[in-house]
Design a protein around this ligand. Sequence first.
Ligand code: SAJ
Length: 431
Amino acid sequence: MSTKNESLPTVAVVGLGYVGLPVALRSVEKGYLTYGLELDEKKVTLIKKGHSPLKEDFVEKRKNLLKKIKVSTNPTILKKADIVIVCVPTPVDKQFYPVLKPLKNAVRMIAKNNKPAQLIVIESTINPGICEDVLVPILEKAGLKPEKDYFLAHCPERIDPGNKQWNVTNIPRVLGATSPKGLYLAKQFYNSIIDAPIKPMHSIREAEAVKVVENSFRDVNIAFVNELAKSFDRMHIDVKDVIDGAATKPFSFLAHYPGRGVGGHCIPVDPYYLIEKAKEVGFDHQFLRVARGINNSMPLYTVGLLQNILNELKMPLKGTKVGVLGLAYKANTDDLRESPSLKIIQELERKKAKVIRFDPFLKTLSDAPDLKTLLKKVDVLILVTNHQEFLDIPPEEFKRYHILAIVDGMNCLAKNKIKRLGIKYHGIGRR
Ligand code: SAJ
């Protein structure tokens, strides 16, 4: 029930993307008067009309609350907020160095529109030390006094795009702050909107470290199986079967699966936060760097697999019509960020293949209006995204449209059925 509760503090969310919008909706749902500061006019207009700028299950189910978020592009709305939640992007640049400009700008805007005793919570992913070494100086430069004008906390976001089970209401969180009072105020707020444990960390640095550690953990585990895939490819061992076998062990094994590369705004990015931060203290995270290198090598490795198959078929890659199934980095989403498809297509075109793309979630970027049209047009396929629509293709369809070879970049197709139809098949560590 979303009724305005006079006794509750006023909330403002800065950045209404895949993290901020769910937080704002949840805040409304729990009765908070909620403002939304969003620089993208189009998004503001959409939300004002009650339309979601995101294709997220959680948002779709709460569309009726969208109009209750007081959205604006004007930062002066922050003057009304007792609690400001910062959910702006923290990408990395071409040298993989964290780009903090959006975050710094957001904090500058907050500082200029301070309400005394304002609680500022950073949800964006940052590396250890950013709050105290970068954001506090910005607040102090604006003349703000800690504990009097502001309290600073960090509650790293854990939104998993496309996940229908876990969302902002039920994902446990960690929380750190620069003072006990700030921790108390932040914990009160998050306990009121999240039906899951909120773990207070002993310092804000520890809270900053948690997120980059959990995502680096995932990146190195994916790199482990990607390296296995490369070696098992040579040993003619199906790495997917082996991982499934290892996963029968009920403890101390956590299955990850090889693929055409690691995309998204978290996993391929967050390890660089740790790598860069550690450099400042003279430490080289060689393991994280090696893992990043292995994962970054997978798109070209995938194209190499196609090249090997075409060599067997005595077909040059140049001029071959290659169907690329999927552009998004993750199944059943329309998210292109850091998607391996971009490097795969770039390499195919560099080798003068004729590329025809199709992604049911990104039709405006597709070269074919639908899957059938693509299958009619191409000689071979590379599956990049394990969208359900591609998993549902009966293998006979590949035969019907004279597909000569398939590289299964997510090891998700029916390998044996495809091979029995006389179609060349190669997965990642799976042949
Ligand atoms: N991937 C693999 N092998 C795997 C798992 C993933 O190659 O075994 C690839 C995916 O294809 C994708 C990339 O890695 O291209 C990232 O996949 P992901 O499942 O980690 O999806 P993300 O990027 O949405 O990661 C989010 C993260 N959530 C947050 O940062 C808040 C991550 O912490 C979660 O573990 C992940 O969702 C999840 O579990 O789904």
